[in-house]
Design a binder for this molecule. Sequence first.
Ligand code: NAD
Length: 360
Amino acid sequence: MDMNIGVIKGDGIGPEIVDEAMKVLDKTAEVYGHQIEYTQLLMGGASIDVNGVPLTEETLEQAKKSDAVLMGSIGGDAKTSPWYRLEPSKRPEAGLLQLRKGLNLFANLRPAVLYSELKGACPLKEEIAEQGFDMMIMRELTGGLYFGKRSTEEEDGVLVARDELTYSETEIRRIAKRGFDIAMKRWKKVTSVDKANVLDSSRLWRKIVEEVAKEYPEVTLEHMLVDNAAMQLVKDPAQFDVILTENMFGDILSDEASMVTGSIGMLASASLNDTKFGLYEPSGGSASDIAGKGIANPIATILSAAMMLRYSFDLDQEADAIEAAVEKVLEEGYRTIDIMSEGMTQIGTKEMGERICSYI
Ligand code: NAD
């Protein structure tokens, strides 16, 4: 297969971790007989330094022409970086928001996996951590409360604030379909999370999700109220496969799920639209405190590259090979500083990338 991948190395540790993910992609392409062409794109602080803005129209157009985009992280230290003396709309993060909007990325995917080798980092009780978990949170990203009308007005001498929560049938259907598509590549279970006992938007969510479920007879659907879901994530996370939910609930639950894995350097993510295109990036930030030291954990970016092969190119076998190589290196006791524990061998960013490559 010929793949045309846009690459945004980004700021801070971004270039270091993306280089390792590219090495792993190159090795995978070599072993499985694919051709990859990379197009380097500037976004965030790196783009401000060169172009004066965090994202140019040309970069957005180039990103649209790619089959998928792999990204490191963007941004810098808000206290010391000159990028943060610019007005908010010109700062690095504004580039990411413009990119997501320009590419119509309405679905955010965040896997939360507890590797048996990293159980010690899990803050849950030992008997829960012992069971492990491997879930995928699919969050609607462009609708709901965060994008509704808002106002703060004085009424009869008191301030009243309003935030509107709107979801259309179309918005719910397109994210639900993506959720069920993802479940078909996993254990074929979708837990749709809502607050249908209170909210109209949730009652519509539930109705449309049930309609979509009929198109996927192999997938088991269950509904869960968001307050229960928050509890179940810490009580019995092993029960989940795909969690499908709206924007605000997903924002909160995906952070909760990340926390129970215990390590930010291991967390991949993807943002998808209704084509095969996706933007793949680690969940962590640009970690300027450790940038340039060669110690950042590249695994989240490497696992994001594996997600790219799986979801944008349907190369499941190749994605499995990358995930298995990551597990193998962990099994052998190699760790970057963020996941280091007693008795393990500490290695740097490059060595981690190379060791993972050696198992593909
Ligand atoms: P951060 O994720 O960059 O760092 C938090 C802590 O985790 C730091 O101690 C850091 O050293 C550590 N860490 C993060 N990734 C790591 C890795 N791969 N390996 C080892 N350690 C790792 O969060 P922050 O400090 O709040 O944010 C720093 C900058 O990143 C800010 O400018 C923020 O806006 C930006 N940011 C960008 C994205 C993105 O690009 N999508 C996401 C989050 C934050």
